[in-house]
Design a protein. Structure first.
Length: 95
């Protein structure tokens, strides 16, 4: 969590902030070509500003947790919490 909100973290260390910046700037589609790549997006001043804002947003978030030691119950708990709290950033799609 620290890396995602650390002001000095690069985009490779703060994937959640990068995702929030994509959302804020409308650059939702990943690209596997030089144009639209992470490197190119980070050179865009408006995207970079959104990335910095996202890291600050994450740094100000509160986190709570509880321990679930059984792997099956852990997976079920994560899915239940995602559904119950309608968390938009928990994705369970197969890649």
């Amino acid at each position: 969590m620290r890396d995602h909100g650390n002001p000095s973290s690069a985009q490779t260390k703060s994937a959640f902030a990068f995702k929030l910046a994509r959302e804020a700037t409308g650059n939702l589609q990943a690209s596997y070509k030089p144009e639209g790549s992470r490197k190119q997006l980070m050179q865009n001043p408006s995207f970079f500003a959104a990335f910095v804002d996202a890291k600050a947003r994450i740094a100000s978030m509160d986190a709570r947790w509880f321990e679930v030691t059984d792997p099956l119950r852990q997976a079920l708990c994560e899915m239940y919490v995602a559904v119950a709290l309608q968390t938009p950033y928990n994705a369970f799609e197969n890649h």
